[in-house]
Design a protein around this ligand. Structure first.
Ligand code: 5GP
Length: 116
C-alpha cells in the first residue's frame, strides 16, 4: 500500500486508529508515535496530498481543521498552557505521509520551534 493511502484507510475504518473526532469532512486520531503527551493528527477525509494541492474549494475544510484543533485542545486540557500545530509539506518540510495532516502537539513545553 502506498503511504498516501494509509490515512484514507484510517478514515474508512479499514485500518485501526484511536479516532478522537470524526464528521463528514474531518477525522482526528492519535499519532502512532507520539512526540508529546498529546499528539493528534487532524486530516481532511478527502485525500489532499500536500499543502501544494489545496484548491479554493478546500478552504472550508482547511478552516475546519483549525476549528477541530481548537476543540480537541480544549478536550485534552491543553488550551490554557498552550500547544503547537504543525503541517509539514514535502521533503524539506519532513512530510512522510502524503495525505495532508495537521499535528496537534501539547501537554509539555515544546521548546524552540526548530532545532538548528
Ligand atoms: P509527517 O511526517 O508526514 O508530517 O507525519 C506523519 C505522522 O504520521 C508521523 O507523526 C507518524 O508517527 C504518523 N503515522 C504514520 N503511520 C501511522 C499510522 O499507521 N497510524 C497513526 N495513528 N499514525 C501514523
Amino acid at each position: 500500500m502506498s503511504a498516501d493511502l494509509l490515512f484514507s484507510k484510517i478514515v474508512a475504518g479499514e485500518i485501526p486508529a484511536d479516532i478522537v473526532f470524526q464528521n463528514k469532512t474531518v477525522t482526528a486520531f492519535r499519532d502512532i508515535n507520539p512526540q508529546a503527551p498529546v499528539h493528534i493528527l487532524i486530516i481532511p477525509n478527502k485525500l489532499i496530498p500536500t499543502i501544494n494541492h489545496i484548491e479554493q474549494s478546500d478552504e472550508a475544510v482547511m478552516g475546519e481543521l483549525f476549528s477541530v484543533a481548537r476543540q480537541l485542545a480544549e478536550q485534552e486540557g491543553i488550551s490554557e498552557d498552550g500547544f503547537r500545530l504543525i503541517v509539514n509539506c514535502n521533503k524539506h518540510g519532513g512530510q512522510e505521509v502524503y495525505h495532508l495532516h495537521m499535528h496537534l502537539l501539547g501537554g509539555r513545553p515544546l521548546g524552540p520551534m526548530l532545532t538548528r
